[in-house]
Ligand binder design. Structure first.
Ligand code: ATP
Ligand code: MG
Length: 566
């Protein structure tokens, strides 16, 4: 596996190198990072990259990582998301201890600092409308123009800002802007908006405020209040860094954080945008934020992906400064790697075909000893009941076997895993010609799966006892988006939705031990893939979500790459 690892924490990435150097050279004593989600949706696997980075650095360098909700936009934020975000981070294996913060806790301090800027002549209240502000801002090629209000007196701005806070003006009537440079080549420095009027109920501060700080004004100052040393964010904020620094330079903040940017995670066949994910949920395209096809952490969890696999992906891809798109097969590979080691093997038949062993005593039940995981000698074994009537997989039988089909066919002998060799004697069909039953015989000398004479069938099948089988629903999942690059070439994203991303199978039959498997415990259905009982399960009536098939396409792609290179 490690040969496929482009970067590893041992080797370090550019951010870890910066942190190590800052500690070594005394620029900081303790590294403090933060993960700053906006509570306007569920966390997705892109956030997981940021969480692994921020919490990982804190852990590796003996520092701490804060969880800070960036709750500065009351119109889009909901309490529901806060609890879900906390649960997802814990599930991923990280903990913020007592360092849980909310940007809204700093509203009073931020307001005072805004006043400080006005008094210093570094901020002013602007009466232009949002459209006018945009128009005055200029473009990448043209400088901006000064607002006619840019040079109003500090006293007048102070008065207006106080009245904005007091609720005297409607939404959008005025804003507070930093006075920096309308001709700056960096548009973020063209007198950015620091405060806007929003008459909206805030989930935490209620109606205490009707002016709210922008992300740019809240973020760096919150970092400074908390003593964050390394404020790590994604590349789209690189152009905001001069503003981040300008504000820190011009305010009496208690510490001096630095911002660093890394490339966000992009995955093929996947959209990592809360806005789009929200549309998928609200439009009924999926079963909710935690639908097993969603790239949200709650979706991946429901799908049966172990947190360790997601952390391993973060390690495998490393942290870089250049945008790239990671193949989703790499995530699947990381997940399979964990599940192959950990997931207990079980028998489940998705498309059942009856098999009757004519020479097996009626009413007899044998408890077959079946290993739980051939990859893990400590996983032990379980007992699976074996009887005269069994279910096998319909596609494990062919009446007229094609070339290279080595499984069951008339007259042919195969092994039933951990049980006996069986030979097909007769095919029973219904009036419509559909095969409904196979009449077979078993060889009592092959108990446990080996023949005394050393003969070896070419195929080993899984099975369940008809008298003991538990009916189950099984949901097969495929990519939510057909295209590796959803919405590429100007297509509407939703045109790329895969109509077959979910297939529901009813009437599947599983071994008795699967009847009450706890929700979220991923097992391997032998020969079929990894499956995990979902929240729609009822006692004795499990609903399984397919986590992944067994076919590791990433390993194959890698092997092909190596062959090509050789
Ligand atoms: P989205 O783009 O999905 O709406 P966001 O950036 O608006 O996400 P935030 O809640 O602001 O969501 O994100 C919290 C943190 O997670 C930020 O520091 C952000 O940079 C980081 N983050 C978001 N998406 C990714 C991603 N795809 N890869 C890495 N980090 C990400
Ligand atoms: Mg954001």
């Amino acid at each position: 596996m490690s040969s496929q690892t482009p970067s590893s924490p041992e080797r370090g990435d550019f951010i870890r190198e910066i942190v190590a150097a800052d500690l070594r050279e005394g620029r900081c004593e303790t590294v403090v990072t933060r993960f700053p989600p906006e509570p306007n949706g569920y966390l997705h696997i892109g956030h997981a990259k940021s969480i692994c980075l921020n919490f990982g650095i804190a852990r590796e360098f003996g520092g701490r990582c804060h969880l800070r909700f960036d709750d500065t936009n009351p119109t889009k934020e909901e309490q529901e998301y806060i609890g879900a975000i906390e649960a997802d981070i814990r599930w991923l294996g990280f903990d913020w201890g007592e360092h849980l913060y909310f940007a809204s806790d700093y509203f009073e301090q931020l307001y005072e600092w805004a006043v400080h800027l006005i008094k210093a002549g570094k901020a002013y209240v602007d009466d232009l409308t949002a459209d006018q502000i945009r128009e005055y801002r200029g473009t990448f090629t043209e400088p901006g123009r000064d607002s006619p209000w840019r040079n109003r007196s500090a006293d007048e701005s102070l008065d207006l800002f106080a009245r904005m806070r007091a609720g005297e003006f409607p939404n959008g009537a005025r804003v507070l802007r930093a006075r920096i440079d309308m001709a700056s080549p960096n548009i973020n420095l063209r007198d950015p908006v620091l405060y806007r009027i929003l008459h909206a109920e805030h989930p935490r501060t209620g109606d205490a405020w009707c002016v709210y700080p922008t992300y740019d004004f809240a973020h760096g100052q919150s970092d400074a209040i908390e003593g964050v040393t390394h404020s790590i964010c994604t590349l789209e904020f690189a152009d905001h860094r001069p503003l981040y620094d300008w504000l820190i330079d011009n305010l009496p903040v208690p510490s001096r954080p630095h911002q660093y940017e890394f490339a966000r995670l992009n995955l093929t066949h996947t959209v990592l945008s809360k806005r789009v994910l929200l549309r998928l949920v609200n439009g009924g395209y999926v079963r909710g934020w935690d639908d097993p096809r969603m790239p949200t952490l709650s979706g991946l969890r429901r799908r049966g992906f172990p947190a360790e696999g997601i952390r391993d992906l973060a390690t495998m891809i490393g942290v870089a400064k250049a945008e790239s798109v990671v193949e989703v097969e790499m995530l699947e590979h990381a997940v399979r790697d964990v599940l192959n080691r950990r997931a207990p093997r079980r028998f489940a038949v998705l498309d059942p075909l009856k098999m009757v062993l004519e020479n097996y005593p009626e009413g007899q039940v044998e408890e077959m000893e079946v290993p739980n995981n051939p990859e893990d000698p400590f996983a032990g074994s379980r007992r699976v009941p074996f009887t005269r009537e069994l279910w096998i997989e319909r596609d494990d039988f062919m009446e007229e076997p094609v070339r290279k089909f080595f499984r069951l066919a008339p007259g042919r002998e195969v092994r039933l895993r951990s049980a006996y060799f069986v030979t097909c004697r007769e095919v029973v069909k219904d009036a419509a010609g559909r095969i409904v039953e196979l009449r077979c015989t078993y060889d009592p000398a092959t108990r446990g799966g080996d023949a005394p004479d050393g003969r070896r069938p070419k195929a080993t099948l899984h099975w369940v006892s008809a008298a003991h089988a538990v009916p189950a629903e099984v949901r097969l999942y495929d990519y939510l988006f057909r295209s590796p690059h959803p919405g590429a070439d100007g297509r509407d994203l939703f045109e790329d939705l895969n109509p077959d991303s979910e297939t529901v199978l009813r009437g599947c039959l599983v071994e008795p031990s699967l009847a009450d498997l706890p929700v979220g415990e991923t097992v391997q259905f032998e020969r079929l893939g990894y499956f995990c009982p979902g929240p729609d399960s009822a006692p004795g009536a499990p609903v399984f979500n397919r986590t992944l098939t067994l076919k590791d396409t990433w390993a194959k792609l890698q092997a092909q790459g190596r062959d090509d290179a050789a």
